[in-house]
Design a protein around this ligand. Structure first.
Ligand code: GLC
Ligand code: CA
Length: 582
């Protein structure tokens, strides 16, 4: 039975929402072409309702040449034909709403696709034209302009500039354009254009009024169709230093030529006014990767974005002291601006946490994915279960990535020739990229395609045969499965008043153990140490990530306890049961 407990009108729903990321091409394939689609999602909405999520966030579903899996948008007002149609999207939104699930869609404002009409117009026009002013076109350096305009590098590797060829087509860097100097107008050397990601993703010039007007209109287009919010891609990158000066690695927060410039906030203030002009609390969620919590929460001031992903939490090692610090800094910095904290373990850009937590070094860095590094899957899974109870017990909103609830791991042995992520090519085959967390979901059956598509269809990336034990069908109703843990935890998260309170109270606990009080009657314990620990006095075990043997919590396990009586800071752990610790 779906348990959509929160009504569509409930205020501040986003402050404590559980939001599930659907990566459309890998979720479910309705027509059997191997690529996930909206028909597949519609058929699985009851599954998501039963899981108990409040909202779905869709990775980009727009028409795209897929230079970066849809993050290169060719038309912001339509649906990628491989995924379905606008009509179907509208039906999906209505069906989700009927199930009590809100819809958040990705918007990609930093860059478009090189196949977008505006960019075609810019290439066809000349240097200095109004068409080129919507992007960042510049002459190159050096005698024939053959050196990129500055030293910025693409997130995917290599220079962030590509040169326009004489044929009016973009040339991928680093190859030189055809012909010396490639004149576009008589005697003029060809210009370069900026792309902080792949050459297929030219950056927009946000100082240009057309760009601002266009995106304001796109927001309205989708709000008018009932979407409940936007996840804003690369939200900190939009404002550029107009001089496009070289990057100096020593620059501090606010001085970087394109990351987190102060000018970006005016854009989101305008967007917030648009969101607020619609009924029913439409939300803006920023993808803001910043090392400084204070700089991050500037985006969350009351007249800007509602919420942002907590990447410090995602990247944090499986270590009690470090996690506690991240939790404290998060709660404190968000409280200062009145924004809810958020908690996220995985998404479509990072190594799945089952795999991360099974490694010797459990921290994550975007610049060093370490694909293929040894990982203990059994350990990683045990920790992922405990991590789920950690995240679901914290105050604020939680983001889940499709497949988290099945305990999927990173697929690290995708054959080279099937890799699609631009990281692979652009890094000169040193970074295997993000395909390993984007492998199509296993739904049912004993062999691929595991119900992802109809029998006999071939998913766009191959699924491991061992996923036969991790299908939604195999895990449903199976005691001790990740899916049942997620369902139970999400149910409790809704039902227990204590878990909706705004803060947590840390309790004294042995080294390597996180223990805190939620509300009046729940104590949470996560044992990240190598030893079993005794439980404090309690009335009842509400949930555990593993069976609690003899009243102790094993290593890498978590539990939520009903502890009505306990009120003091030191809740009297059963120290005798702490075993050989010391
Ligand atoms: C964001 C997306 C990522 C994409 C990039 C460029 O980081 O999450 O998948 O490659 O932006 O749009
Ligand atoms: Ca399909």
């Amino acid at each position: 039975m779906p348990h959509s407990g929160r009504s569509a009108a409930s205020r501040d729903w986003w402050r404590k929402a559980d939001i599930y990321e659907v990566y459309v091409r890998s979720f479910a394939d309705g027509n059997g072409d191997g690529i996930g689609d909206l028909a597949g999602v519609r058929a699985r909405l009851p599954y998501l309702a039963e899981l108990g999520v409040d909202a779905i966030w869709f990775a980009p579903w727009y028409p795209s040449p897929m230079a970066d899996a849809g993050y290169d948008v060719a038309d912001y007002r339509a649906i990628e034909p491989l995924f379905g149609s606008l009509d179907e999207a509208e039906q999906l939104i209505a069906e989700a709403h009927r199930l009590g699930i809100r819809i958040i869609i990705d918007i990609v404002p930093n860059h478009g696709s090189d196949q977008q009409q505006w960019f075609a117009d810019a290439l066809a026009a000349q240097a200095g034209s109004a068409e080129r002013a919507r992007y960042h076109f510049r002459p190159g350096q050096g005698a024939e302009g053959s050196v990129p305009p500055n030293n910025w590098t693409s997130e995917f590797g290599g220079t962030a500039w590509s040169r326009v060829s004489s044929a009016g087509r973009a040339q991928p860097a680093p190859e030189a354009p055809r012909g010396p100097g490639a004149p576009e107008a008589a005697g003029e050397p060809a210009e370069w254009y900026l792309h902080l990601f792949s050459p297929g993703q030219p950056d927009f010039n946000w100082a240009h009024p057309d760009v601002r007007a266009e995106f304001a209109d796109v927001l309205r287009f989708w709000f008018d169709r009932g979407v409940d919010g936007f996840r804003i891609d690369s939200a900190a990158l939009l404002a550029k230093d107009p001089s496009l000066a070289d990057l100096d690695p020593g620059q501090a927060g606010g001085e970087h030529p394109y990351i987190d410039r102060d000018g970006v906030h005016g854009i989101y203030r305008e967007w917030r006014r648009i969101a607020d002009s619609y009924p029913g609390e439409r939300v803006l969620i920023g993808e803001v990767w910043l090392p400084d919590a204070e700089r991050l929460t500037r985006y969350l001031r009351p007249d800007e974005l509602h919420s942002a992903f907590n990447f410090d939490f995602l990247c944090c090692a499986w270590d009690a002291a470090r996690l506690r610090e991240v939790i404290d800094v998060t709660l404190d910095s968000h409280a200062r601006v009145g924004a809810p904290a958020t908690w996220v373990l995985s998404n479509h850009d990072v190594v799945r946490h089952v795999t991360r937590y099974g490694r010797a070094d459990t921290a994550f860095s975007m610049s060093d994915r370490r694909i293929g590094e040894p990982s203990d899957r059994e350990l990683g899974t045990r920790r992922a279960r405990a991590a789920a109870l950690l995240t679901f017990s914290l105050p604020g909103a939680v983001y889940l990535y499709q497949g988290d609830e099945l305990g999927l791991w990173e697929v690290e042995d995708i054959p080279d020739e099937l890799l699609q992520d631009p990281f692979w090519e652009r890094s000169g085959h040193t970074d295997r990229g993000r395909d390993g967390c984007r492998v199509p979901l296993p739904w049912s059956g004993k062999q691929p395609p595991f119900g992802f598509g109809p029998e006999g269809s071939v998913p766009w990336l191959p699924q491991p045969t061992q996923w036969k034990d991790l299908t939604a069908e195999a895990e449903s109703g199976s005691d001790g499965s990740m899916l049942e843990l997620y369902r139970a935890a999400l149910r409790l998260r809704r039902a227990e008043q204590a878990l909706t309170s705004a803060d947590i109270r840390w309790l004294a606990s042995p080294a390597g153990v996180l223990s805190y009080r939620r509300g009046d009657d729940i104590t949470v314990m996560i044992n990240l140490s190598a030893h079993p620990v005794g439980l404090p006095p309690h009335d009842k075990v509400l949930i555990g990530s593993a069976p609690l043997q003899g009243g102790v919590l094993p290593p890498d396990c978590a539990t939520w306890l009903r502890t009505r009586q306990c009120t003091s800071g030191d809740e009297g752990f059963d120290r005798a049961a702490q075993g050989s610790q010391g």
